[in-house]
Design a protein around this ligand. Structure first.
Ligand code: FES
Length: 566
């Protein structure tokens, strides 16, 4: 197979001319023949003025280039789509698959022998990993790293768990407009990704667990010099695997490494978004991953990492406690130690090499867990025939078995319009239901599953209620919240049939969620349902027509290998 600059020549019907032309153009940049004969490491550049989480990417790119050159290869930086949570309309999830396609096709189209993928904000690492699996070129993932913590009035702040907590306090009237404005300048005190165990941190840990990133890549704070050295080392390693041709993602993403990733997801109290992304990653690799695998592993693997939103600490504390290598060591037999890492060697080698930090309390031993079970459970029942998830580690224990009256909202807009009305018929024991917020419904499955507590109840001190939806929830949020109900309401899932006043039974220990309405009545309601409108053109139409449901990872069906399509 052709390597370096000779790879993937543009079609002019004359390969010699194609190479001649390519060289002629690239020499305009001042490259020497020596440089152009080297193996090429492509570096995916996700810098964007709209993406503050990637604000250190320039420094990381320079370091990765240095590493590539130190190892005798040629770095070439190329831009891809970049997505930031707060700057993506309608949602970042709507754009994840676009970024995955863009990244895949740019890797395929341009000559490179290995890839350094620099990403981090929630959907970016999943998109890059999905692309890497589909291309199957040797790849090293370099997360941009978490922010350092913020401080306000003697309190430590973390985006975005404390964004939500303090905004809820503002809604309840205990923080005034001036103070919440001050807080907005302190929640994100540096570049980098959210520093709680949100989706970005979860996916960075998963990248390490899958063996796609070097040890400690998930946790080194974004502004630290150590992160720059990690980028250099990643560039160096990418140059080595560009020469040897492996390991490739297909050698790293296997049933065993996926089980390792799920064990890590459960042990870190990770984001529920991690379930969707891992389902997508697995299917890209042609591995059908059932939701029950998350539940099965979660019953054995306890929560060991004490990070917000389900615990007390932040990513920098996880890092100083020994990071992922230490966690892998504590997980012991829950991890397949033979799984290989792009670093060379196995996950077992990485666990054995972990730093034993004295006195740390961010990573617990398996015998003294934060919670005896993993953080995420999978529910089924007549309300979720294809599954739903709940992060029970971040829920109110008393609500994990609860029967209540439904208060239903037809859409995110309906929710926004009515949730704070004084005459909303709602009580603390009710169950808030949001529908038409799934992959096709909203579209893009917004992180609207963290339904706000109705203002009149919040003012009375109600902090949590059972909330259920076909939406997602930010990994930084918390509460007794059932998410990802599949099939979604917009394609006629049972959630579409719920009416305010119906009774719903949630039983997390039994992994059940049931709508307590007669079957005949549900059938009668089902006949009255109307199909959701299909967008007229463009990406929105492609998305609507091809996106899969949450239990399958919300990938586009045509991006999956033929055997893995629904
Ligand atoms: Fe980028 Fe949270 S907004 S990781």
């Amino acid at each position: 197979m052709s390597r370096g600059l000779r790879k993937g020549l543009t079609s002019y019907g004359d390969a010699g001319f194609s190479l001649f032309l390519r060289k002629a153009f690239i020499k305009a940049m001042g490259y020497s023949d020596d440089a152009l004969e080297r193996p090429i490491v492509g570096i995916a550049d996700t810098r964007s003025d709209y993406n503050p989480c990637h604000g250190n990417a320039s420094t990381l790119i320079e370091a990765a280039k240095r590493g590539v050159m130190l190892a005798g290869a040629m770095p070439m930086v190329f831009p891809t789509v970049s997505i930031h949570e707060s700057f993506a309309h309608p949602t970042s999830m709507f754009l994840r698959n676009l970024m995955a396609i863009d990244t895949e096709e740019m890797i395929r189209a341009q000559p490179m022998d290995a890839v350094v993928a620099i990403g981090g904000c929630d959907k970016t690492l999943p998109a890059q990993i999905m692309a890497a699996i589909s291309v199957d070129l040797p790849t090293v993932v370099v997360p941009v790293g978490p922010m350092v913590v913020g401080h306000h009035q003697g309190e430590v702040l973390g985006a975005c768990t404390d964004c939500r907590r303090l905004w809820a306090a503002h809604r309840a009237g205990t923080i005034d407009a001036a103070e919440i404005e001050t807080v907005s300048g302190r929640l994100a005190p540096s570049v980098g990704t959210c520093m709680v165990m949100g989706t970005a941190s979860t996916m960075a840990c998963i990248a390490e667990a899958l063996g796609l990133a070097l040890p400690m890549a998930a946790s080194i704070p974004a502004p630290h010099a150590e992160r720059v050295r990690l980028a250099e080392a990643s560039g160096k390693r990418a140059a080595e695997i560009a020469k040897t041709g492996g390991p490739r993602p297909s050698e790293l993403v296997t049933p065993a490494s996926l089980r390792n990733a799920i064990a890590v997801l459960q042990a870190i109290g990770g984001s529920t978004n991690g379930v969707i992304h891992l389902c997508a990653i697995a299917r890209r690799a042609g591995i059908p991953l059932a939701l029950e695998e998350f539940d099965r592993i979660g019953r054995d693997v306890p929560v060991l990492v004490d990070l917000k939103p389900s615990g007390a600490h932040y990513m920098e504390h996880f890092h100083h406690a020994g990071g992922m290598p230490r966690l892998l060591a504590e997980l012991g037999s829950a991890i397949d130690r033979a799984a290989p890492s792009v670093a060379g060697g196995t996950l077992g080698d990485i666990a054995d090499g972990c730093e034993r930090v004295r006195g740390q309390d961010a990573i617990r031993p398996r015998a003294q867990p934060i919670k005896p079970e993993g953080s995420i459970a999978v529910l089924r029942g007549n309300l979720a025939p294809d599954g739903a998830v709940i992060k029970h580690a971040a829920a109110t224990p008393a609500l994990l078995r609860h029967t209540g009256r439904a208060v239903a909202f037809d859409s995110v807009e309906d929710l926004a319009r009515r949730i704070d009305l004084d005459d909303l018929d709602v009580a603390a024991g009710d169950i808030l239901v949001l529908r038409n917020a799934g992959p096709k419904g909203a579209p893009g499955m917004p992180e609207a599953g963290y339904l706000p507590i109705p203002r009149k109840l919040a003012r009375r001190g109600v902090k949590d209620m059972v909330r259920i939806s076909d939406a997602r929830m930010s990994g930084t949020a918390f509460g007794t919240i059932v998410l990802h109900i599949a099939p979604e309401a917009a394609i006629g899932g049972p959630l579409a049939l719920v009416r305010s006043g119906d009774r719903i039974d949630l039983d997390v220990p039994a992994r059940r969620i049931e709508l307590l309405v007669e079957k005949a009545e549900l059938e009668r309601r089902g006949k009255a349902l109307r199909a959701a409108a299909v967008p007229e053109r463009g990406y929105a139409r492609l998305y609507h027509q091809t996106v899969t449901q949450a239990d399958l990872g919300c990938d586009f069906d045509f991006m999956l290998p033929p055997g893995a399509r629904p």
